[in-house]
Write a protein that binds this ligand. Structure first.
Ligand code: FES
Ligand SMILES: [Fe+2]
Length: 415
């Protein structure tokens, strides 16, 4: 982040602290329909569009470090095998044999010279090409070149491996847009995988994610954990193209981040600049990533639907090499046995809220200017689904105009 942008962000923090109403040009936000958290039809639309067309974090290169290493990945309810090929490229395929659909790998991870289907022995290389079949003489006109494993888009941002089920999706870099440049200082190409765990939560995945998409709750939910290290009245929300967003709020002088409180022995990401060192900031990457980037770690939380009222919270910590010290893990206690306190606080009301949204008494969700990132997420979701595909009662009107999408920002004109 250059000096001019740092200056502008600091000025925006003071602007937020001094305002007494939302900015004049910020729209009133219509209520979010409650059915977006309960209606199987909306869940089917999410599946057909959001999960199918978005770039999704699936793996870290440390999980498949050498040619031949593979990883089974089914978090998006599609059978996917990710493979490290001889050329060093990371490929992703449907874990679906081209013969009769048996899996080509059944172990969660491992290393294999070839991918051989155990049903009838068809064998593929790490680029998904069909190399051999048993009893080839019994097939008439079997064209091997048409029987490769079906591929899934797979691209890397540094050491992180993303997949996308849409052959027509933009590249990962285009999807990230300006965020790719803003993340350069965190050296995603050098981070190692320190921790990865998952927890089942009894609420719709968006209810869980939205607990991490605003700072309005900090004073009441996190009075002793986050509130002392986050000046919420100086929080600045930024909305980026493609539904991504960021919050950044200064830390009161003399306070340190949560990870620094836990560990004083961790190496820093040397290139990280002033904002990430002096503020709490968190990026929301559409659709399901929330990560408070700091000088010590890249720790994304990922939220995956497992039914209309259940989800998986995946907790990751990426960090610069920690040497002989224990690997850092921002999000859990006792090596993944339970969520860390901040996340226990954030997830406390999930099941209660799900009961409420399922009740006859629930009408919809009124959101404040402080919660604009939640509204923007829903508006962006509808853009990806296509407004015409959504029943009127579940639609979110696109009231946040381009004037509020980065690099545009009417607040900057008011400084
Ligand atoms: S299903 Fe794989 S070889 Fe028959
Ligand atoms: Fe929180």
């Amino acid at each position: 982040m250059d000096a001019q942008e740092i200056k502008a962000l600091k000025a925006l923090m003071e602007y937020e602290a001094s305002r007494t109403t939302p900015p004049a040009s910020f729209p009133a936000l219509p209520d979010l329909p409650g059915g977006r958290y309960t209606d199987p039809e909306f869940m089917a639309l999410e599946r057909a569009h959001i999960w199918r067309k978005s770039w999704l974090l699936a793996a870290h290169i440390d999980e498949l470090p050498e040619p031949g290493c593979f990883l089974l990945w089914e978090q998006a309810d599609q059978p996917v095998v990710i493979v490290h090929s001889e050329t060093g490229q990371i490929n992703a395929f449907y874990n679906t044999c081209s013969h009769r659909g048996a899996p080509v790998v059944t172990e969660p991870s491992g290393k294999k010279l070839r991918l051989t289907c155990r049903y009838h022995g068809w064998t593929y290389n790490h680029d998904g090409e069909l190399l051999s079949v048993r009893d080839p003489e019994d097939f008439k006109d079997l064209d091997f070149s048409c029987r490769s494993l079906s591929s899934v888009r797979c691209e890397q941002f540094g050491n992180l491996i993303f997949v996308n089920f849409d052959p027509d999706a933009p590249t990962l870099l285009d999807w990230l847009g300006p965020i790719a440049d803003e993340w350069a200082e965190f050296r995603f190409d050098q981070c190692r995988l320190a921790a990865r765990h998952q927890f089942t939560l009894n609420c719709n995945w968006k209810i869980a994610m939205e607990a991490n998409t605003e700072v309005y709750h900090v004073k009441s939910i996190h009075p002793s954990t986050v509130a002392p290290i986050l000046d919420d009245r100086r929080n600045v929300n930024t909305l980026y193209p493609n539904g991504h967003h960021r919050m950044v709020a200064p830390r009161p002088t003399g306070t340190v981040s949560t990870l620094e409180q836990q560990r004083s022995d961790l190496p820093e990401i040397a290139s990280v600049g002033e904002i990430a060192r002096t503020c709490t900031q968190s990026y929301g990457l559409f659709p399901n990533w929330v990560s408070p980037l700091s000088a010590f770690a890249i720790p994304p939380l990922l939220f995956w639907p497992k039914g209309i009222d259940q989800c998986v919270l995946e907790t990751w910590t990426f960090a610069p090499d920690w040497g002989e010290q224990p690997a850092p893990d921002l999000w859990t206690e006792d090596q993944g046995a339970r969520l860390a306190q901040v996340l226990r606080e954030d997830t406390e009301f999930g099941a209660w809220i799900q009961k409420s949204v399922n009740s006859y008494g629930f009408k919809g969700v009124p959101l404040s200017y402080q919660e604009a990132r939640i509204y923007y997420w829903h508006q962006s979701a509808d853009a990806l689904i296509g407004q015409d595909n959504i029943p009127k009662s579940l639609q979110v009107p696109p009231v946040i105009t381009d004037a509020w999408i980065y690099p545009n920002d009417p607040r900057r004109a008011e400084l």
